[in-house]
Design a protein around this ligand. Structure first.
Ligand SMILES: NC(=O)CC[C@H](N)C(=O)O
Length: 221
């Protein structure tokens, strides 16, 4: 199994994401945003957290137009698996791979702490948790307030595409949404950071479970 992790100027969770993939059994290749094609034979693309292009314009908006993203979109359109965390989620909404947008947090403050989440949607990313299970993951963002119109929110809920919901909404996100899936359930965007809770030294291994069964599930997918 091979994963590519995209690196933008300002990414700061790229190494952490790579390590989490490696611990789950992936070979990882870091891919610079100016590259125009993904490495051959990859099974998964990771779009990491951070402050790509200094969060100028809107978080993720400039990164969404980086050369490599065209191929990430093509990969997803062909049914490829993509995981976007925090700034990666922002990039995925800016590309249109996921619906909605991440707005400034309701209290206009950067929030950095561990929060509670309820696991919902079924996917290779969430199947290692039981449905409705409560887990804890760190968040670290100023633009994590998920927004979409009511029709889109109703559709996400009706199709079981809400992957994670906050148990105690920290940022004003519509319907407590912390992460969503694409229509084919192969693209996940989430504001909380599973890679920052993926080994004993982190003091929390709830995120490791997202990565842990990915390799075996992708083989059987
Ligand atoms: N940790 C991150 O990825 C930060 C995301 C984004 N730049 C924000 O602050 O909202």
């Amino acid at each position: 199994m091979k994963a590519a992790v995209i690196v933008f100027p300002g990414s700061n969770c790229d190494r952490d994401m790579a390590v989490a993939f490696e611990q789950a059994g992936f070979d990882v290749e870091m891919v610079w945003h100016k590259d125009t094609s993904l490495p051959t034979g990859i099974d998964m693309v990771g779009v990491p957290g951070g402050f790509s292009f200094g969060d100028y314009l809107r978080c993720g908006a400039i990164a969404a137009n980086a050369p490599i993203v065209k191929d990430v979109k093509a990969f997803a359109d062909m049914g490829g698996y993509v995981l976007g965390v925090c700034n990666g989620f922002q990039v995925l909404t800016e590309t249109g791979l996921l619906p909605g947008a991440l707005l400034r947090n309701a209290e206009l403050k950067y929030i950095c702490r561990t929060i509670g989440l309820k696991v919902e949607g079924e996917s290779v990313f969430t199947d290692s948790y039981s449905k409705g299970e409560e887990i804890a993951l760190p968040i670290a963002h100023h633009d994590g307030n998920y927004h979409a119109d009511d029709t889109t929110l109703d559709m996400l809920e009706a199709e079981g595409r809400v992957a994670f919901r906050y148990t105690n909404n920290p940022n004003g996100s519509a319907r407590d949404i912390a992460g969503i899936l694409s229509g084919n359930r192969r693209v996940l965007g989430m504001m909380p950071h599973p890679e920052r809770a993926s080994e004993a030294a982190h003091g929390n291994e709830d995120g490791a479970r997202l990565f842990a069964n990915l390799t075996s599930q992708l083989v059987n997918a």
